[in-house]
Design a protein around this ligand. Structure first.
Ligand SMILES: Cc1cc2nc3c(=O)[nH]c(=O)nc-3n(C[C@H](O)[C@H](O)[C@H](O)COP(=O)(O)OP(=O)(O)OC[C@H]3O[C@@H](n4cnc5c(N)ncnc54)[C@H](O)[C@@H]3O)c2cc1C
Length: 460
């Protein structure tokens, strides 16, 4: 399969050069190409897909990065369908497990509240959260009516103010770790509200059926990006890092280690922190610099543990679980039909990433034994991936943005710098943080650039 060319040493000229071959960059390239414009996508990694990356365990393809699409993620779904990919419902039958305060319990539904008093407490906090969500402008959260106040405290401080009970706090901590790759004390309330509101509320964010975690892409999410890149052919260049972009009244010049690309416009489709790899000439304005400095990526790790069969199903368990202590904190059953049993496990980077693969495997397996019993002690295969220690463009799933950073610098997410436009899921309004958001920003930014190029017959 040809996905692109490795390295270029000559001077190339195109209409638009795009930095980053994630869903945003690839979608922008396809849209611009369909409008008859010449494009080149430059990707620093040796693969396309960015935060979508396939692995394999016991012969089963798994998503080491992005996994789920909701029913309402129509842009990524349409793309997947068009490229011959299909969806598989997230397995969700049976009892879920909760490991809290050293006790193993079962639960059903979306929220792991076993005791009525805990459910009541969560309901109370959620009512307060919903009131704040209503005030959020998802397209520009920093312009919301009470943005300054909401951006002056962390999510953790807000939970303290609400006197959230232990169970509510534990659930919110898990949500924070899996969504922003950090603890609630390390992420601003405003940033959290922006992401929750943009994906349709807390229930939608956490739910399987009818929620964000409803379906997986059968072929893996990276496969969508690979097929899109295949269509783009030699318009996608891998293993090539953009280190400098200069511009004048006539166009932009993009510099890699061994190539120079002249273009009329550039689209940088990378997370805010990763914009720092590029030296801009003229320099970025202070707000755009501040954005890069204060929007660091969070970190999250994932492990996949395979067994001969999904034995937990025989015990009436869904394979879905939440744990308040240990290395692993969330599990899901991602077994294929008629194949081995595969558990997808979210792990806490601080007690995972720095350890050897053997220790990582044994720690995860031990927790699975606590949850699912002795049968979990003998996996047939194991694979994991630590997003925080990726050699290039590390971090994920999303930026862990601390207080004051959104109101100070958020407006720089999308503000073009001369002939340089920005795309990527962080720049999305609705669906920020999702693959769907990434696709939409790629398409929108392509439209903006096409308009500046005077291409009037752009597709809506
Ligand atoms: C563990 C994990 C789980 C997730 N789960 C889900 C999920 O279930 N559902 C969902 O919708 N989303 C999920 N996400 C988020 C989803 O992956 C992202 O929202 C989406 O993939 C972002 O796409 P993007 O194109 O905006 O950015 P990216 O995918 O980050 O692509 C940007 C690309 O730019 C490249 N780049 C950066 N700087 C340079 C440079 N200077 N030169 C050349 N190349 C450069 C990077 O290498 C990267 O490939 C998850 C992410 C992670 C990490």
């Amino acid at each position: 399969m040809t996905m692109g060319t490795k390295g270029r040493s000559k001077v190339t000229a195109v209409d638009v050069v795009i930095v980053g071959a994630g869903f945003a960059g690839l979608s922008a390239a396809e849209r611009l190409g369909n409008m008859g414009l010449s494009v080149l996508v430059i990707e620093g990694r040796d693969r396309v897909g960015g935060r979508s990356y396939s692995g394999e365990v016991a012969g089963v393809k798994v998503d080491l990065g992005a996994t789920w699409v909701s029913e309402r993620h129509t842009a990524i779904r349409d793309l997947a369908l068009r490229l011959g990919c299909s969806t598989t419902p997230q397995f969700h039958e049976g009892l879920n497990l909760l490991w809290m305060a050293g006790q193993r319990r079962t639960w059903t539904g979306t929220l792991p509240m076993v005791e009525p008093v805990d459910l009541e407490d969560l309901g109370r906090v959620q009512v307060e959260l919903d009131k704040l969500l209503e005030t959020i402008d998802v397209d520009a959260a920093w312009n919301s009516p009470n943005a300054s106040e909401l951006d002056s405290i962390s999510f953790g401080e807000w939970l303290d103010q609400q006197q959230a009970g232990v169970s509510t706090r534990t659930l919110m901590t898990m949500a924070s770790k899996v969504q922003w790759g950090c603890n609630p004390g390390d992420v601003a309330l405003l940033h959290v509200l922006r992401y929750i509101q943009a994906v349709g509320g807390l229930d939608h964010m956490l739910a399987v059926e009818g929620g964000s975690n409803q379906d997986r892409i059968t072929e893996t999410t990276q496969e969508i990006a690979k097929r899109l890149a295949e269509h783009l052919g030699d318009k996608v260049v891998l293993d090539t890092r953009v280190g400098r972009i200069s511009q004048d009244d006539n166009g932009v010049t993009v510099h890699t280690d061994d190539a120079v690309i002249n273009a009329k416009y550039a689209i940088v489709a990378a997370a805010p922190e990763h914009r720092s790899y590029i030296e801009f000439e003229p320099a970025l304005p202070e707000k755009a610099e501040g954005l890069i400095r204060t929007w660091p990526m969070g970190a999250l790790s994932k492990a996949f543990v395979a067994y001969d069969k999904p034995f937990w199903r025989e015990a009436g368990l869904s394979g879905e679980s939440l744990m308040d202590t240990g290395t692993a904190f969330i599990t899901f059953d991602v077994s294929p039909d008629n194949g081995p049993g595969v558990l997808m496990v979210f792990c806490v980077p601080s007690v995972f990433d720095g350890f050897s693969p053997e220790i990582r495997r044994s720690r995860v397996t031990k927790q699975l034994v606590d949850l699912f019993g002795a049968q979990a002690s003998e996996p047939i295969d194991y694979v994991d991936h630590c997003w925080g220690t990726e050699p290039f463009a590390p971090g994920g799933p999303h930026p862990a943005v601390a207080p004051f950073a959104s109101t100070s610098y958020g407006s720089a997410l999308t503000e073009p710098h001369g002939r340089i436009h920005w795309a990527g899921t962080e720049t999305a309004g609705e669906w920020v943080g999702t693959m769907n958001g990434a696709v939409l920003t790629g398409l929108d930014t392509a439209e903006q650039v096409a308009r500046r190029l005077g291409v009037e017959d752009a597709q809506a």
